[in-house]
Design a protein around this ligand. Structure first.
Ligand code: UDP
Length: 412
């Protein structure tokens, strides 16, 4: 269903909407092209899904383009991703060739629209080489890095740096991720859309039906982690934490996720997860289709505690989604999760499966604490991580770049 800005007034109030319209006024008619590498799966697609229509409603001419590539390209870009997040990866000449040839093929298709755009926002490394391939560009190019790039593999960063250094600006989710680049860098945290299928209120019946479809018992505690099957999300660590509960509280664990078309490692990780679960009937491993937004919404709402035990995390929209649904989050003590999870207030940060098990146990003993933390978590998201704040900061940045104020302007 098409939403309008007015629909958001009920949640964020008329002043926030008026402010958005005010900032957008000077950008009316500006063309903005966002480029990423998948239309579904993962946080970037999740964000672009609401951001494009809202930018359009505010009078900008917003477009979303997606890089197309083969398995070799996506294996290479996953290597970039893993390398940026600090893994010890090997980047070969052949991989670089596969990357550059694929982006060059896409450039032939995208060049006209990119060269004419007032703003181009390149999400993550997958499309970054497009900048070099559009020599007659007229607009401002922004590199939006969603990844925890705080301690990148040197070879990967040196290569990517050569691709992004000539952009007009870059955006990182938190200061720790920023790098020495020859252009201004901005810190803008991601956000969720409270009116998306993933986050809207659901009826009790829909939640109950969803649980029933997956044979999950609504009368026992539900611990849940929603994530792509990716080693950085540490699904095996979650299983270890669950096993440490030794059946206490009669709890159930739900590990639910699908793949993303730009993530080739999902199948192998899913297999590892099944092996680790070792047939435990209290562990539900759900492979979901990419459009399972209401199912994920229902699983999050049905959860007693949400876990996001990532080992590295750019931001962790799943954390935001859970907090919006009044859930305490037990999150890995890393990256963007630290922005959201504040010990004893919105959840708990943990470093190990043992730490996670301890926090789960303590929370399950104290239902009143679960509910208090959940309320605080929702308020915290409302103040900080809803789409209006995120959009306003993008627009402010664009205005600043257009007026040449970039060196003096920090959105946030
Ligand atoms: N998600 C989904 N289906 C899945 C797994 C995840 O729709 O099977 C969504 C999830 O609800 C969240 C986003 O994808 O909105 C994941 O974003 P996050 O920042 O948590 O992690 P990323 O996948 O971008 O690393």
């Amino acid at each position: 269903m098409k939403k309008t800005l007015t629909d958001y007034e009920k949640i964020i109030g008329p002043v926030a909407i008026s402010k958005l319209r005010q900032v957008a006024r000077d950008l009316k008619g500006a063309s903005v092209v966002h480029v990423n590498s998948t239309r579904e799966g993962g946080g970037v697609a999740e964000i672009l899904f609401w951001m494009i229509p809202l930018m359009r409603e505010l009078g900008l001419d917003a477009l979303w383009e997606v890089i197309e590539g083969n398995a070799e390209y996506f294996n290479t870009t996953k290597t970039f991703h893993n390398g940026l997040q600090g893994n010890d990866v090997i980047l070969t000449d052949r991989m670089i060739r596969a990357y550059e040839d694929t982006v060059a093929g896409n450039a032939d298709r995208l060049r006209p629209v990119l060269q004419d755009a007032d703003f181009v926002v390149i999400h993550d490394p997958q499309p970054a080489f497009l900048h070099e391939l559009c020599p007659d560009k007229s607009g401002r190019w922004i590199w939006r890095c969603h990844i925890d790039a705080s301690h990148p593999n040197r070879a990967v960063w040196n290569y990517l740096r050569s691709k992004v250094n000539n952009f007009d600006a870059s955006i990182f989710s938190m200061p720790d991720f920023a790098h020495k680049l020859d252009h201004p860098q901005f810190i803008i945290a991601p956000s969720i859309d409270p009116l998306s299928d993933k986050n809207i209120e659901l009826s009790d019946k829909e939640i109950k039906d969803t649980l029933q479809n997956f044979n999950i018992d609504p009368n026992r505690p539900i611990l849940c982690q929603i994530s792509r099957f990716d080693r950085f999300k540490d699904p095996i660590g979650v299983i270890k934490a669950f096993n440490l509960l030794n059946g206490s509280f009669n709890a159930q664990l739900v590990l639910a996720g699908g793949g993303a078309t730009d993530d080739p490692e999902g199948a192998a990780v899913l297999e590892e997860v099944h092996r680790a679960a070792n047939g435990n009937k209290n562990i539900h491993i759900l492979m979901l289709p990419p459009d399972a937004h209401r199912i994920i919404n229902a699983l999050q709402r049905a959860s007693t505690i949400v876990i996001q035990k990532s080992l590295q995390e750019g931001f962790g929209l799943t954390v935001t989604e859970a907090m919006w649904k009044c859930k305490p989050v037990i999150g890995g003590n890393t990256g963007g999760i630290r922005l959201q999870v504040h010990n004893h207030h919105t959840g708990f940060l943990v470093d190990t499966p043992e730490g996670a098990a301890l926090r789960i146990r303590k929370l399950l003993y104290q239902p009143d604490v679960i509910s208090k933390i959940g309320q605080t978590a929702k308020e915290f998201v409302k103040e900080n991580y809803l789409c209006n704040r995120h959009l306003r900061e993008y627009l402010t940045l664009m205005l600043g770049l257009r007026k040449g104020l970039a060196n003096h302007l920090i959105a946030g």
